[in-house]
Ligand binder design. Structure first.
Ligand code: ADP
Ligand code: MG
Length: 643
């Protein structure tokens, strides 16, 4: 885990004035409350709103991470009304901007938007208003909020020049960067124009920046600070601190119930199971089913209709659906005429239906960032909702090949796979660990969310899984065999997929495998073979399913690694020994039973029907361990070799 700019230990030595405390004598305190109630009808602050508003009024640079629907807009809209000058908000999506401007105008707030679709005349008028002194003799009321797209900032010299004029006259109140995670190519929603927002701090060093987002991973955080040229983070609460005030509300939403369900290998069966799940848990209710491709959305939508005999009314939403149809589907779904939208991630920002009872992923997302954002659309109303991921490890190579060209694509898929493969760790703790919020959370007191504490959430599938539904086995010898075989295959010029390697290790087809001969055409592929008996004392006795699950775990821990080969039609994903493989392969057979405790490879599988009854016994995949030299095990938690 990376060290973050805000060291955990470094709680601010002393907080003289606390932004988050309602009792502090900030001069603007009563005005904030009054205006909030008058303009928005809101009586009390939520999550980090009060702290952010105070730090905002105090002219600080701020980073604010709050869950979607948490109320990030108020954090800049309210202070904007009480500050002299204009606040510029950079927001990625036209529809979001239009929506906000409409709402603000209805509330009587002076605001404008400048986007690619704004007419010349409107734009001229807005610029003129911003560059002329308001008040008597001026051009009417001052514009308090000006929404712009990042493209506008990147392309419009005139906008920059207007901002410069505002800044010179001390009337550029603040620059807000909404959905700030879009700045970083390491995140899930990178937009190149956002990266160019780098110039803002250089052009306007004195103008405070507020960056807001709902998802910020450990990887993206330092990158974001660098791109926006923000000073290092400090405890957001402390008014006497220096640096960028960090505020973060817990990601944890207790009404969301996370679950990973096994996905059938047969596509038709998989869809039938999905339909059954929806009908059983959410009949007649609203939900979203996320699919990996446009084609998938159509297949799944059709399949759900058929499998439910028409009782689940589905719509399809992806980038190629005509705009009018998109709007109709969104509307029908909002009104309940459609129950379920089968969608790609195009059904995303701006989609907001409070009573979304379930978000099902027919295939996993390409990253944890994406997955969290997508599932976050469930249960905005606070009522119980389900977030279900249908997972089979066979999906891994498809997703990997899709993300091949993306920055860090492979490691993001691995993070997602770790989540999907994990059947023991509290889902909310996995999120907490993955996202930076847990590191920022030292800025929030009394936080009792699982991501920040050692206690699990108690209601995700892993928390609810009883001990007879899982089985922890000592897989050390299985791992040794698999890696020995992988090494032999690789040496012989073999090219095997994960499932192909599982077959070889399990002795299928006599331990033979395809060998690539670069000089020859694909059709003249030959086969090599390993002598399993001589190499590792015989084939591995373990089900195909479990073998593949274990091999994937080896990939995720660096014992195996992927090897990509593009053909004219597809990218094939093969596996070969990874950088850590020799830790096992250098061992002779006899040494495996005497292995150092740190190399004992325990793995927790889902108990199968048969084995469920005897789950407490520790089978050893065909081999008895002589040595019992093991580190102390803690309950049923998964013990793994790492590092
Ligand atoms: P975000 O940008 O964090 O996703 P929004 O700013 O769009 O969320 O706010 C979501 C909803 O919550 C809005 O309808 C807003 O009016 C409402 N809201 C914001 N703050 C509060 C509050 N303190 N109390 C009640 N409702 C609030
Ligand atoms: Mg928002």
């Amino acid at each position: 885990r990376q060290t973050l700019p805000l060291a955990k230990k470094k709680k601010s030595a002393e907080i003289l004035l606390d932004y988050t405390k309602p009792s502090e004598p900030f001069e603007w305190a009563s005005q904030l409350k009054k205006t909030m109630e008058k303009v928005w009808g809101i009586k009390s602050f939520r999550l980090c709103q009060e702290g952010v508003c105070n730090a905002n009024m105090d002219g600080r640079d701020i980073l604010c991470v709050m869950p979607t629907g948490g109320g990030k807009s108020l954090c800049y809209q309210l202070p904007a009304l009480l500050s002299p000058g204009t606040t510029i908000i950079i927001s990625p999506l036209l529809s979001l901007i239009a929506d906000q401007v409409l709402n603000l105008r209805e509330a009587g707030v002076e605001c404008v938007m400048l986007t690619g679709t704004t007419s010349k005349q409107e734009q001229n008028e807005a610029f003129a208003r911003m560059t002329t002194k308001p008040g008597p003799g001026g051009r009417g009321k001052e514009i308090k909020l000006c929404y712009v797209t990042p493209e506008k900032v990147a392309k419009s010299k005139r906008l920059i020049s207007v901002m410069e004029q505002l800044a010179t006259s001390g009337r550029l109140a603040r620059i807000v960067i909404d959905e700030a995670h879009c700045c970083s190519a390491l995140g899930h929603d990178f937009r190149p124009d956002y990266k160019r927002l780098s110039v803002l701090k250089s052009l306007f060093p004195k103008v405070p920046i507020l960056a807001v987002t709902a998802t910020l991973s450990q990887k993206v955080l330092p990158d974001l600070l660098k791109i926006l040229k923000l000073p290092p983070l400090c405890d957001g609460r402390a008014a006497n601190s220096r640096g960028t005030c960090a505020f973060s509300a817990p990601l944890y939403r207790k009404n969301l119930h996370y679950k990973v369900l096994p996905k059938a290998t047969n596509a038709k069966v998989a869809i039938q199971e999905m339909a059954d799940w929806i009908r059983e848990h959410h009949p007649g209710e609203s939900g979203i089913v996320y699919c990996l491709s446009k084609k998938d959305t159509e297949v799944v939508a059709q399949g759900l209709m058929e499998a439910s005999q028409g009782s689940i009314k589905t719509g399809v939403y992806h980038a190629d659906v005509a705009d009018a149809a998109k709007e109709r589907i969104h509307r029908d779904w909002k009104r309940g005429k459609l129950h379920c939208v089968c969608a790609t991630i195009a059904f995303g920002l701006g989609i907001d239906k409070a009573e979304t009872r379930y978000v099902v992923h027919a295939s996993m997302s390409k990253s944890m960032d994406g997955y969290y954002q997508e599932t976050g659309r469930a249960g905005r109303d606070g009522a119980r909702s389900d977030c279900v991921l249908y997972y089979r490890h066979q999906d891994a190579s498809r997703i990997l090949s899709l993300t091949l060209g993306e920055t860090d694509g492979q490691s993001k898929v691995h993070d997602m796979l770790r989540y999907a493969q994990d059947i023991t760790t509290c889902r909310n703790k996995i999120f907490g660990k993955y996202f930076a919020s847990s590191a920022l959370l030292s800025s929030e007191k009394g936080d009792k969310s699982p991501e920040n504490l050692d206690s699990p959430c108690g209601h995700c599938d892993n928390c609810c899984r009883s001990s007879d539904q899982k089985q922890t086995l000592d897989m050390t010898r299985a791992v040794w065999k698999a890696l020995k075989v992988a090494e032999a295959v690789s040496r012989a010029g073999g090219r095997v997929t994960l499932s192909g390697l599982a077959d070889v290790v399990r002795g299928l087809a006599g331990g033979t495998f395809p060998v690539v001969q670069p000089s020859k055409a694909q059709s003249s592929e030959t086969r090599g073979a390993v002598d399993l008996e001589a190499l590792c004392g015989g084939k591995l006795i373990l089900s195909k399913e479990r073998t593949e699950t274990l091999l994937l775990d080896l990939v995720l821990n660096g014992y195996l690694q992927e090897d990509f080969h593009a053909t004219a039609y597809a990218v094939n994903v093969y596996v070969q020994p990874g950088p850590k493989a020799t830790r096992y392969t250098r061992l002779a057979s006899g040494a495996v039973d005497e292995i150092a405790a740190s190399l004992v490879y325990e793995f927790t599988f889902l108990a199968t029907g048969k084995s469920a009854a005897q789950s407490s016994t520790r089978a050893t995949a065909g081999v008895k361990r002589k040595s019992t030299a093991k580190k102390g095990t803690t309950g049923d938690s998964k013990k793994r070799v790492k590092g």
